[in-house]
Design a protein around this ligand. Sequence first.
Ligand code: GRG
Length: 295
Amino acid sequence: MADLQKAMAESARAVSETLDRLLKVGGGRESRLMEAMRYSSLGGGKRIRPFMVTAGARLFAVAESCALRAAAAVEMAHCYSLVHDDLPAMDDDDLRRGQPTCHVRFDEATAILAGDALLTRAFEVLADVPTHPDPQVRSQLVLALAKASGAEGMVGGQMLDLLAKNERLDMPEITRLQRMKTGALIAFACEAGAILGKAAEPARHALRAYAHDLGLAFQIADDLLDVEGTAAEVGKKTGKDAAAGKATFVSLLGIERAKAQAQMLAEQAGRHLEMFDEKADYLHELARFVVNRRA
Ligand code: GRG
């Protein structure tokens, strides 16, 4: 674990530096927008998705500068989703990453615009030449992020989530919702390194399968933290799912079975990585970290 923690800390530092460079405040009156974008993306977070990109890119000897740009783009898309998810029209939260949420620190309209601009900047970064010399690779990255974050991915999952309040979803319905809402972006993060490295289909397939199991394990761990964690630990309000009457993996399975299911999925995720040998050690450890985390 010590190695993983060091590698994650190093990746998080490099990703924050990259975000800092890619989100420079200009001089115009609109600079408040960039300040809100920086506030929402530079202030903490575990940086799990960017780590998936950098750890995946290592498997294919991708240049670090390219991997870090893709990693920063994933984090921008993730931060946009958090900013919009926290808005009064959605989850109406005032705490995120241990800080006031974007709409509390700025205002609602600015938070909507900051989210919009973070997502747009993510695509701009992927489409720009320094991300990869081959335009086909850049276009594949843009396409994959668009699919992962749009109506068939994260935004579609969020729609299902809003519709599900006070409904009794069953396991297949919750699994589909979570695969779209959180799994799709995680899958993109795991596959981005393979796209950058022009990896062959079997390797890409293995990473997608890893991401599929890891994404569900991640979500079950998130549901468990909502029940068992404290706001001080996780940096956001807890107990929200039960208060909203939301069906989750934990409400359906109970705490003990949900924990066992998360562990089983993490082990299964690791088994998809066999073809990469010890080059995938960080990804193996990450699967264990995701289900044992306390934040
Ligand atoms: C509003 C378009 C739109 C989408 C919202 C992903 C999402 C959909 C909302 C986030 C809210 C949430 C709590 C989702 C459950 C899982 C999740 C994405 C948790 C947050 O991710 P972490 O734990 O957060 O990686 P940090 O802060 O560490 O980056």
